[in-house]
Design a protein. Structure first.
Length: 287
């Protein structure tokens, strides 16, 4: 079976590159931790909806998903406690939501076959958990290299508690997808096609939440085309036309850009001109 790992941001920035910068700026660091909390909290809701959709079958999967909800709830609790202790935010994180964008690209698909529902859910869980593991591992690495302040140590210890359970979720999802694929060549083909689709969706959702630079709109369109190319031919036109307007004209993206520019100007007007503007345009610093 295909084994896929999360791609870099714009095929350039790795999670380690990003987290190295994040941990050096406390405001951004706290927002990032709050995003983790928010994502873990939302996972409880999404997993609960999946349990209800499966309606009791298969029982072993319902049991596993219930345990998964418990894990995600505990992670959200640990991160909430951490943020309260260090004075971090607990509101809805600013910017384009990774989860909302992921769900927009899925558009709450419904399947007539319960097994298709399960395959899609497992593929979605697997690919998002892989991204979470990538970021947690990079975050731990960055914190070990950062000054060993009391706050940084407390943050690292919290993430280190969460990380092993997230890797276990990835192994669980991979195992169940492999079991379904092993049933027949047709099942293998279906699992592989679903995995390719969700890999493309996850990458598009990830980049939408991270990329605000000049030309982001067209990069979003390219990522949308990558998703479209994983679909059956007869589904492609309708899927593309339903999502293209929001992909190109996202008011949230413009709001984020204005906020980032304002903060950069307030912090250092000279750096705004010599560093922020060239960075936004994808050029070298003027210094």
């Amino acid at each position: 079976m295909t084994v896929a790992y999360p791609r870099k941001l714009r095929n350039n920035l790795s999670a380690r590159d990003i987290l190295k910068q994040v941990v050096s700026q406390r405001e951004i660091h706290l927002v990032t931790l709050n995003r983790y909390r928010y994502n873990e909290q939302r996972s409880c809701k999404d997993l609960t909806e999946l349990i209800e959709k499966l309606n009791g079958n298969p029982p072993e999967m319902i049991r596993d998903l219930s345990h998964h909800v418990n894990d995600e709830s505990r992670h959200a609790m640990w991160l909430t406690d951490l943020l309260v202790d260090i004075g971090g935010p607990l509101d809805t994180p600013p910017g384009v939501s990774y989860i909302d964008e992921f769900e927009r690209l899925i558009d709450s698909e419904t399947y007539t076959n319960p097994e298709d529902t399960l395959i899609a859910a497992l593929a979605a869980i697997n690919v998002t958990e892989k991204r979470g593991c990538e970021f947690f591992a990079a975050h731990i690495y960055a914190l070990k290299a950062a000054p060993q302040t009391e706050e940084n140590i407390k943050i690292r210890e919290t993430i280190e508690k969460i990380f092993p359970e997230e890797t276990a979720h990835v192994r669980w999802g991979s195992k169940h997808l492999a079991k379904i694929a092993a049933k027949s060549p047709a099942h293998r083909q279906k699992v592989e096609a679903t995995k390719r689709k969700y890999i493309a969706i996850e990458q598009a959702a990830y980049e939408s939440g991270m990329d605000i630079m000049f030309g982001a709109e067209m990069r979003r369109v390219n990522n949308l085309i990558d998703v479209v190319n994983t679909l059956p031919l007869w589904e492609r036109p309708q899927y593309l036309m339903a999502r293209l307007p929001e992909t190109i004209l996202d008011p949230e993206l413009q709001k984020i850009r204005i906020t980032a520019a304002q903060k950069a100007w307030d912090r250092d007007p000279e750096a705004f001109v010599t560093q922020f503007i060239p960075m936004f345009l994808g050029q070298k610093s003027m210094k």
